[in-house]
Design a protein around this ligand. Structure first.
Ligand SMILES: *Cc1c(COP(=O)(O)O)cnc(C)c1O
Length: 430
Protein backbone atom coordinates (compact mmCIF):
# COMPACT_ATOMS: atom_id res chain seq x y z
CA UNK A 1 0.00 0.00 0.00
CA UNK A 2 1.17 3.48 -0.81
CA UNK A 3 1.26 5.73 2.23
CA UNK A 4 -0.69 8.79 1.18
CA UNK A 5 -0.44 10.69 4.44
CA UNK A 6 2.58 12.67 3.23
CA UNK A 7 0.70 13.72 0.08
CA UNK A 8 -2.17 14.92 2.23
CA UNK A 9 0.21 16.68 4.61
CA UNK A 10 1.30 18.85 1.72
CA UNK A 11 -2.29 20.07 1.59
CA UNK A 12 -2.13 20.94 5.28
CA UNK A 13 -4.04 17.85 6.40
CA UNK A 14 -2.74 16.43 9.66
CA UNK A 15 -1.99 12.78 10.29
CA UNK A 16 -4.92 12.65 12.75
CA UNK A 17 -7.49 14.03 10.30
CA UNK A 18 -6.20 11.76 7.55
CA UNK A 19 -6.37 8.65 9.77
CA UNK A 20 -9.85 9.57 10.93
CA UNK A 21 -10.94 9.76 7.28
CA UNK A 22 -9.39 6.36 6.58
CA UNK A 23 -11.29 4.77 9.46
CA UNK A 24 -14.55 6.18 8.11
CA UNK A 25 -13.69 4.96 4.60
CA UNK A 26 -12.99 1.45 5.90
CA UNK A 27 -16.54 1.28 7.16
CA UNK A 28 -17.94 2.32 3.76
CA UNK A 29 -16.39 -0.34 1.53
CA UNK A 30 -19.60 -2.25 0.98
CA UNK A 31 -21.60 0.91 0.27
CA UNK A 32 -19.02 2.03 -2.26
CA UNK A 33 -19.09 -1.35 -3.95
CA UNK A 34 -22.85 -1.04 -4.46
CA UNK A 35 -22.35 2.42 -5.96
CA UNK A 36 -19.71 1.01 -8.31
CA UNK A 37 -22.17 -1.65 -9.44
CA UNK A 38 -24.80 0.97 -10.26
CA UNK A 39 -22.15 2.95 -12.15
CA UNK A 40 -21.15 -0.17 -14.09
CA UNK A 41 -24.77 -0.88 -14.97
CA UNK A 42 -25.31 2.68 -16.14
CA UNK A 43 -22.01 2.79 -18.02
CA UNK A 44 -23.14 -0.21 -20.05
CA UNK A 45 -26.55 1.42 -20.57
CA UNK A 46 -24.88 4.55 -22.00
CA UNK A 47 -22.53 2.62 -24.28
CA UNK A 48 -25.39 0.49 -25.56
CA UNK A 49 -27.51 3.56 -26.32
CA UNK A 50 -24.59 5.12 -28.21
CA UNK A 51 -24.00 1.93 -30.20
CA UNK A 52 -27.68 1.40 -31.00
CA UNK A 53 -27.94 4.96 -32.29
CA UNK A 54 -24.82 4.57 -34.44
CA UNK A 55 -22.83 7.37 -32.91
CA UNK A 56 -20.04 8.02 -35.41
CA UNK A 57 -17.02 10.26 -35.63
CA UNK A 58 -19.04 12.62 -37.81
CA UNK A 59 -21.48 13.13 -34.91
CA UNK A 60 -18.74 14.83 -32.91
CA UNK A 61 -18.47 17.68 -35.41
CA UNK A 62 -20.73 20.69 -35.38
CA UNK A 63 -22.85 22.84 -37.64
CA UNK A 64 -23.18 26.61 -37.86
CA UNK A 65 -25.93 28.97 -38.97
CA UNK A 66 -29.39 27.40 -39.01
CA UNK A 67 -28.01 23.98 -38.19
CA UNK A 68 -30.22 22.05 -40.59
CA UNK A 69 -29.51 18.31 -40.68
CA UNK A 70 -27.10 18.44 -37.77
CA UNK A 71 -26.24 14.74 -37.56
CA UNK A 72 -24.52 14.97 -34.19
CA UNK A 73 -27.35 16.90 -32.57
CA UNK A 74 -30.07 14.64 -33.95
CA UNK A 75 -28.16 11.50 -33.02
CA UNK A 76 -27.45 12.75 -29.49
CA UNK A 77 -31.17 13.33 -29.03
CA UNK A 78 -31.78 9.75 -30.12
CA UNK A 79 -29.17 8.59 -27.60
CA UNK A 80 -30.95 10.43 -24.78
CA UNK A 81 -34.29 8.98 -25.89
CA UNK A 82 -32.77 5.47 -25.94
CA UNK A 83 -31.23 5.99 -22.51
CA UNK A 84 -34.40 7.27 -20.89
CA UNK A 85 -36.60 4.84 -22.86
CA UNK A 86 -38.65 7.67 -24.31
CA UNK A 87 -40.01 8.42 -27.77
CA UNK A 88 -37.98 11.56 -28.22
CA UNK A 89 -35.61 14.05 -26.58
CA UNK A 90 -34.45 17.63 -26.91
CA UNK A 91 -30.80 18.12 -25.86
CA UNK A 92 -29.48 21.56 -26.69
CA UNK A 93 -26.81 24.08 -25.83
CA UNK A 94 -29.51 26.70 -26.49
CA UNK A 95 -31.20 25.51 -23.31
CA UNK A 96 -29.16 27.67 -20.97
CA UNK A 97 -29.62 25.91 -17.61
CA UNK A 98 -31.89 23.64 -15.58
CA UNK A 99 -34.39 26.37 -14.79
CA UNK A 100 -34.64 27.21 -18.48
CA UNK A 101 -35.24 23.54 -19.38
CA UNK A 102 -37.98 23.27 -16.77
CA UNK A 103 -39.57 26.59 -17.79
CA UNK A 104 -39.49 25.46 -21.41
CA UNK A 105 -41.14 22.13 -20.64
CA UNK A 106 -43.86 23.84 -18.63
CA UNK A 107 -44.55 26.82 -20.88
CA UNK A 108 -44.70 24.71 -24.01
CA UNK A 109 -47.01 22.05 -22.63
CA UNK A 110 -49.42 24.30 -20.76
CA UNK A 111 -52.00 26.63 -22.33
CA UNK A 112 -53.96 29.56 -20.87
CA UNK A 113 -56.64 28.23 -18.55
CA UNK A 114 -54.67 25.10 -17.63
CA UNK A 115 -53.62 24.34 -14.10
CA UNK A 116 -50.25 23.05 -12.92
CA UNK A 117 -50.04 20.88 -9.81
CA UNK A 118 -47.08 20.09 -7.59
CA UNK A 119 -48.04 17.17 -5.35
CA UNK A 120 -44.64 17.14 -3.59
CA UNK A 121 -44.63 20.56 -1.97
CA UNK A 122 -42.78 23.71 -2.87
CA UNK A 123 -40.66 23.42 -6.01
CA UNK A 124 -37.05 24.57 -6.42
CA UNK A 125 -36.51 28.26 -5.66
CA UNK A 126 -36.04 29.45 -9.23
CA UNK A 127 -39.29 27.78 -10.30
CA UNK A 128 -41.27 30.03 -8.00
CA UNK A 129 -40.70 32.82 -10.48
CA UNK A 130 -41.34 30.60 -13.50
CA UNK A 131 -44.68 29.57 -12.06
CA UNK A 132 -45.48 32.99 -10.63
CA UNK A 133 -45.64 31.94 -6.95
CA UNK A 134 -43.41 34.99 -6.57
CA UNK A 135 -44.58 37.66 -9.03
CA UNK A 136 -42.29 37.73 -12.04
CA UNK A 137 -42.31 38.99 -15.61
CA UNK A 138 -43.27 36.31 -18.10
CA UNK A 139 -44.40 33.81 -15.47
CA UNK A 140 -46.97 31.11 -16.18
CA UNK A 141 -49.36 33.10 -14.03
CA UNK A 142 -49.13 36.09 -16.37
CA UNK A 143 -50.27 33.77 -19.17
CA UNK A 144 -53.33 32.63 -17.23
CA UNK A 145 -51.94 29.32 -16.04
CA UNK A 146 -52.84 28.65 -12.43
CA UNK A 147 -50.90 26.65 -9.87
CA UNK A 148 -51.76 24.40 -7.00
CA UNK A 149 -49.57 22.69 -4.49
CA UNK A 150 -50.09 19.81 -2.10
CA UNK A 151 -47.41 19.47 0.54
CA UNK A 152 -45.93 16.20 1.66
CA UNK A 153 -47.22 14.90 4.99
CA UNK A 154 -45.03 15.48 8.02
CA UNK A 155 -43.52 11.99 7.73
CA UNK A 156 -42.50 12.72 4.13
CA UNK A 157 -45.23 10.59 2.52
CA UNK A 158 -47.61 11.69 -0.24
CA UNK A 159 -50.88 13.30 0.85
CA UNK A 160 -53.00 11.16 -1.46
CA UNK A 161 -56.36 12.47 -0.23
CA UNK A 162 -55.47 16.08 -0.90
CA UNK A 163 -53.76 15.22 -4.18
CA UNK A 164 -56.97 13.56 -5.37
CA UNK A 165 -58.96 16.59 -4.23
CA UNK A 166 -56.57 18.98 -6.01
CA UNK A 167 -56.95 17.32 -9.39
CA UNK A 168 -59.67 19.07 -11.36
CA UNK A 169 -60.82 19.48 -14.95
CA UNK A 170 -58.19 22.12 -15.60
CA UNK A 171 -55.26 20.11 -14.21
CA UNK A 172 -53.07 19.58 -17.23
CA UNK A 173 -49.62 18.88 -15.88
CA UNK A 174 -48.14 17.54 -12.67
CA UNK A 175 -44.58 18.50 -11.74
CA UNK A 176 -42.63 16.19 -9.47
CA UNK A 177 -39.23 17.23 -8.16
CA UNK A 178 -37.02 14.19 -7.60
CA UNK A 179 -34.29 15.88 -5.57
CA UNK A 180 -34.93 17.59 -2.27
CA UNK A 181 -32.92 20.49 -3.68
CA UNK A 182 -32.13 22.79 -0.78
CA UNK A 183 -34.95 21.64 1.44
CA UNK A 184 -34.95 19.10 4.23
CA UNK A 185 -37.60 16.73 2.87
CA UNK A 186 -36.28 13.37 1.69
CA UNK A 187 -35.35 12.97 -1.95
CA UNK A 188 -37.80 10.78 -3.83
CA UNK A 189 -36.64 7.40 -5.08
CA UNK A 190 -37.62 6.51 -8.63
CA UNK A 191 -39.89 3.81 -7.29
CA UNK A 192 -41.78 6.29 -5.07
CA UNK A 193 -42.13 8.63 -8.05
CA UNK A 194 -43.61 5.64 -9.89
CA UNK A 195 -46.22 5.10 -7.18
CA UNK A 196 -47.24 8.75 -7.32
CA UNK A 197 -47.53 8.76 -11.11
CA UNK A 198 -49.58 5.56 -11.00
CA UNK A 199 -51.98 7.19 -8.53
CA UNK A 200 -52.35 10.32 -10.69
CA UNK A 201 -52.81 8.39 -13.95
CA UNK A 202 -55.54 6.29 -12.33
CA UNK A 203 -57.50 9.45 -11.66
CA UNK A 204 -56.80 11.12 -15.02
CA UNK A 205 -54.62 9.22 -17.52
CA UNK A 206 -54.28 12.30 -19.75
CA UNK A 207 -52.46 14.42 -17.15
CA UNK A 208 -48.84 15.01 -18.19
CA UNK A 209 -46.47 13.85 -15.44
CA UNK A 210 -43.19 15.76 -15.59
CA UNK A 211 -40.21 15.03 -13.35
CA UNK A 212 -37.56 17.59 -12.45
CA UNK A 213 -34.67 15.12 -12.68
CA UNK A 214 -31.89 17.55 -11.60
CA UNK A 215 -29.16 15.85 -9.54
CA UNK A 216 -30.88 12.47 -9.85
CA UNK A 217 -29.58 11.10 -13.16
CA UNK A 218 -27.59 7.86 -12.90
CA UNK A 219 -27.91 7.63 -9.12
CA UNK A 220 -30.17 4.59 -9.64
CA UNK A 221 -30.37 2.03 -12.44
CA UNK A 222 -33.80 3.26 -13.51
CA UNK A 223 -35.04 6.75 -14.32
CA UNK A 224 -38.49 8.30 -13.79
CA UNK A 225 -39.45 7.61 -17.42
CA UNK A 226 -39.12 3.89 -16.61
CA UNK A 227 -41.97 4.23 -14.11
CA UNK A 228 -44.46 6.23 -16.15
CA UNK A 229 -43.19 9.82 -16.31
CA UNK A 230 -44.18 11.55 -19.56
CA UNK A 231 -41.18 13.88 -19.39
CA UNK A 232 -37.90 14.17 -17.49
CA UNK A 233 -36.03 17.45 -17.45
CA UNK A 234 -32.54 18.34 -16.32
CA UNK A 235 -29.35 20.35 -16.64
CA UNK A 236 -26.17 19.36 -18.45
CA UNK A 237 -23.96 21.15 -15.94
CA UNK A 238 -25.14 18.61 -13.41
CA UNK A 239 -24.99 14.80 -13.60
CA UNK A 240 -25.63 13.99 -17.30
CA UNK A 241 -23.01 16.42 -18.59
CA UNK A 242 -20.35 14.45 -16.74
CA UNK A 243 -18.48 17.66 -15.96
CA UNK A 244 -17.53 18.19 -19.59
CA UNK A 245 -20.65 19.85 -20.98
CA UNK A 246 -20.06 23.60 -20.64
CA UNK A 247 -23.79 24.49 -20.96
CA UNK A 248 -27.09 22.88 -21.83
CA UNK A 249 -30.27 21.21 -20.76
CA UNK A 250 -32.42 18.29 -21.81
CA UNK A 251 -36.05 17.22 -22.00
CA UNK A 252 -36.77 13.56 -22.75
CA UNK A 253 -40.26 12.16 -23.03
CA UNK A 254 -43.35 11.52 -25.10
CA UNK A 255 -43.09 12.71 -28.67
CA UNK A 256 -45.82 15.30 -28.31
CA UNK A 257 -44.32 16.80 -25.15
CA UNK A 258 -40.86 17.09 -26.68
CA UNK A 259 -42.26 18.53 -29.92
CA UNK A 260 -44.12 21.19 -27.96
CA UNK A 261 -40.89 22.11 -26.20
CA UNK A 262 -38.97 22.27 -29.48
CA UNK A 263 -41.53 24.60 -31.09
CA UNK A 264 -41.27 26.85 -28.08
CA UNK A 265 -37.46 26.78 -27.89
CA UNK A 266 -36.99 27.74 -31.53
CA UNK A 267 -40.20 28.71 -33.29
CA UNK A 268 -43.53 27.30 -34.42
CA UNK A 269 -42.89 25.62 -37.75
CA UNK A 270 -39.17 25.15 -37.09
CA UNK A 271 -39.04 23.05 -33.94
CA UNK A 272 -36.17 20.58 -33.76
CA UNK A 273 -35.00 21.27 -37.33
CA UNK A 274 -32.87 24.28 -36.42
CA UNK A 275 -30.28 24.97 -33.74
CA UNK A 276 -26.63 24.79 -34.74
CA UNK A 277 -24.49 22.79 -32.36
CA UNK A 278 -21.35 24.81 -33.15
CA UNK A 279 -18.43 22.80 -31.76
CA UNK A 280 -19.98 21.66 -28.54
CA UNK A 281 -21.24 18.16 -29.24
CA UNK A 282 -18.12 16.17 -28.48
CA UNK A 283 -18.28 17.47 -24.89
CA UNK A 284 -21.94 16.43 -24.66
CA UNK A 285 -21.16 12.91 -25.91
CA UNK A 286 -18.03 12.44 -23.87
CA UNK A 287 -19.64 13.98 -20.79
CA UNK A 288 -22.59 11.61 -21.07
CA UNK A 289 -20.18 8.72 -21.47
CA UNK A 290 -18.41 9.72 -18.23
CA UNK A 291 -21.58 10.67 -16.35
CA UNK A 292 -22.25 7.31 -14.62
CA UNK A 293 -18.79 7.16 -12.99
CA UNK A 294 -18.68 10.89 -12.29
CA UNK A 295 -22.06 10.64 -10.54
CA UNK A 296 -20.75 7.66 -8.57
CA UNK A 297 -17.74 9.68 -7.40
CA UNK A 298 -19.98 12.53 -6.27
CA UNK A 299 -22.23 10.08 -4.45
CA UNK A 300 -19.29 8.54 -2.61
CA UNK A 301 -18.14 12.01 -1.58
CA UNK A 302 -21.59 12.82 -0.18
CA UNK A 303 -21.69 9.58 1.80
CA UNK A 304 -18.13 10.09 3.06
CA UNK A 305 -18.99 13.57 4.33
CA UNK A 306 -22.24 12.39 5.89
CA UNK A 307 -20.40 9.71 7.86
CA UNK A 308 -17.55 11.99 8.92
CA UNK A 309 -19.77 14.75 10.25
CA UNK A 310 -22.36 12.40 11.68
CA UNK A 311 -19.61 10.72 13.69
CA UNK A 312 -18.54 14.13 14.96
CA UNK A 313 -22.08 14.85 16.15
CA UNK A 314 -23.37 17.26 13.48
CA UNK A 315 -26.86 16.72 12.01
CA UNK A 316 -26.60 15.48 8.42
CA UNK A 317 -29.29 15.01 5.74
CA UNK A 318 -29.36 12.35 4.37
CA UNK A 319 -27.81 10.46 7.29
CA UNK A 320 -24.77 8.27 6.94
CA UNK A 321 -26.66 5.05 6.34
CA UNK A 322 -29.66 6.19 4.26
CA UNK A 323 -30.11 5.09 0.66
CA UNK A 324 -29.33 7.84 -1.84
CA UNK A 325 -31.46 9.23 -4.63
CA UNK A 326 -29.51 12.40 -5.45
CA UNK A 327 -26.00 13.75 -4.90
CA UNK A 328 -26.73 16.58 -2.45
CA UNK A 329 -25.49 16.46 1.14
CA UNK A 330 -26.54 18.83 3.90
CA UNK A 331 -24.52 19.28 7.10
CA UNK A 332 -25.73 21.55 9.90
CA UNK A 333 -22.96 23.28 11.80
CA UNK A 334 -25.11 25.51 14.01
CA UNK A 335 -22.79 28.50 13.65
CA UNK A 336 -21.80 30.94 10.89
CA UNK A 337 -18.13 30.10 11.52
CA UNK A 338 -18.81 26.42 10.81
CA UNK A 339 -20.49 27.18 7.48
CA UNK A 340 -17.66 29.51 6.47
CA UNK A 341 -14.89 27.11 7.51
CA UNK A 342 -16.51 24.28 5.55
CA UNK A 343 -16.91 26.32 2.36
CA UNK A 344 -13.37 27.67 2.60
CA UNK A 345 -12.12 24.07 2.90
CA UNK A 346 -13.92 23.04 -0.28
CA UNK A 347 -12.46 26.05 -2.10
CA UNK A 348 -8.93 25.31 -0.88
CA UNK A 349 -9.12 21.84 -2.45
CA UNK A 350 -10.16 23.11 -5.89
CA UNK A 351 -8.05 22.71 -9.03
CA UNK A 352 -9.08 26.21 -10.15
CA UNK A 353 -9.10 29.31 -7.90
CA UNK A 354 -7.84 27.40 -4.86
CA UNK A 355 -6.03 30.55 -3.71
CA UNK A 356 -9.16 32.66 -3.26
CA UNK A 357 -11.04 32.70 0.03
CA UNK A 358 -14.82 32.76 -0.28
CA UNK A 359 -16.65 35.09 2.08
CA UNK A 360 -20.37 35.51 2.81
CA UNK A 361 -22.05 38.15 0.62
CA UNK A 362 -25.47 39.65 -0.06
CA UNK A 363 -26.59 37.60 -3.01
CA UNK A 364 -29.57 38.96 -4.98
CA UNK A 365 -32.74 37.01 -4.29
CA UNK A 366 -31.78 35.82 -0.81
CA UNK A 367 -32.79 37.42 2.44
CA UNK A 368 -29.62 36.42 4.27
CA UNK A 369 -25.95 36.45 3.29
CA UNK A 370 -24.75 33.41 1.38
CA UNK A 371 -21.29 31.88 1.09
CA UNK A 372 -20.37 29.80 -1.95
CA UNK A 373 -17.36 27.69 -2.73
CA UNK A 374 -16.57 26.54 -6.23
CA UNK A 375 -13.33 26.15 -8.04
CA UNK A 376 -14.81 24.73 -11.18
CA UNK A 377 -13.69 24.31 -14.78
CA UNK A 378 -17.25 25.12 -15.86
CA UNK A 379 -18.60 28.21 -14.12
CA UNK A 380 -21.40 27.34 -11.72
CA UNK A 381 -21.19 23.63 -12.47
CA UNK A 382 -22.52 21.73 -9.49
CA UNK A 383 -21.40 18.29 -10.62
CA UNK A 384 -17.98 19.67 -9.78
CA UNK A 385 -17.11 19.87 -6.08
CA UNK A 386 -19.03 22.84 -4.71
CA UNK A 387 -20.72 24.01 -1.54
CA UNK A 388 -22.91 26.81 -0.39
CA UNK A 389 -24.72 27.88 2.70
CA UNK A 390 -26.94 30.72 3.81
CA UNK A 391 -25.58 32.55 6.85
CA UNK A 392 -28.78 32.01 8.80
CA UNK A 393 -30.04 29.45 11.31
CA UNK A 394 -29.70 26.49 11.37
CA UNK A 395 -26.36 27.27 9.66
CA UNK A 396 -26.33 24.36 7.26
CA UNK A 397 -24.13 23.85 4.22
CA UNK A 398 -25.25 22.05 1.10
CA UNK A 399 -22.55 20.45 -0.85
CA UNK A 400 -22.39 18.30 -3.94
CA UNK A 401 -20.26 17.06 -6.74
CA UNK A 402 -16.70 16.06 -7.29
CA UNK A 403 -15.68 14.86 -10.73
CA UNK A 404 -13.58 12.15 -9.10
CA UNK A 405 -13.86 10.61 -5.67
CA UNK A 406 -10.22 11.42 -4.74
CA UNK A 407 -10.99 15.10 -5.29
CA UNK A 408 -14.16 14.93 -3.21
CA UNK A 409 -12.17 13.15 -0.50
CA UNK A 410 -9.49 15.84 -0.47
CA UNK A 411 -12.15 18.54 -0.28
CA UNK A 412 -13.93 16.92 2.63
CA UNK A 413 -10.71 16.30 4.57
CA UNK A 414 -9.80 19.91 3.94
CA UNK A 415 -13.14 21.06 5.40
CA UNK A 416 -12.54 18.96 8.49
CA UNK A 417 -8.98 20.25 8.90
CA UNK A 418 -10.31 23.81 8.69
CA UNK A 419 -12.93 23.11 11.34
CA UNK A 420 -10.28 21.53 13.56
CA UNK A 421 -7.86 24.44 13.07
CA UNK A 422 -10.60 26.91 13.99
CA UNK A 423 -11.49 24.75 17.00
CA UNK A 424 -15.07 24.30 15.82
CA UNK A 425 -14.40 20.56 15.91
CA UNK A 426 -12.65 19.91 19.20
CA UNK A 427 -12.32 16.15 19.10
CA UNK A 428 -8.99 14.54 19.75
CA UNK A 429 -8.54 12.18 16.80
CA UNK A 430 -5.64 10.14 18.09
C1 LIG B 1 -30.32 22.88 -10.04
C2 LIG B 1 -31.76 22.61 -9.98
C3 LIG B 1 -32.68 23.33 -10.76
C4 LIG B 1 -32.29 24.53 -11.58
O1 LIG B 1 -31.20 24.36 -12.35
P1 LIG B 1 -30.24 25.62 -12.74
O2 LIG B 1 -29.34 24.99 -13.72
O3 LIG B 1 -29.57 26.02 -11.48
O4 LIG B 1 -31.10 26.65 -13.31
C5 LIG B 1 -34.00 22.95 -10.68
N1 LIG B 1 -34.41 21.96 -9.91
C6 LIG B 1 -33.55 21.26 -9.13
C7 LIG B 1 -34.08 20.15 -8.26
C8 LIG B 1 -32.21 21.56 -9.14
O5 LIG B 1 -31.37 20.85 -8.40
Amino acid sequence: MIDLSEQYRQFGISEEVYRFGETILDSLKQRFQQIDEVAEYNQLKVIRAMQECHVSEACLLGTTGYGYNDLGRDTLEKVYAALFHTQDALVRPQITCGTHALALALMSNLRPGDELLSPVGKPYDTLEEVIGIRPSKGSLKEYGISYRQVDLLSDGSFDYDNIRAAIGDRTRLVTIQRSKGYQTRPTLSVSRIGELIHFIKKIRPDIICMVDNCYGEFVETIEPTDVGADMVVGSLIKNPGGGLAPIGGYIAGRKECVENAAYRLTSPGLGKEVGASLGILSSFYEGLFLAPTVTAGALKGAIFAANIYEKLGFPVVPDGAESRHDIIQAVTFGSPEGVTAFCQGIQAAAPVDSFVTPEPWDMPGYDSQVIMAAGAFVSGSSIELSADGPIAPPYAVYFQGGLTFPHAKLGILKTLQNLVDKQIVKRNFS
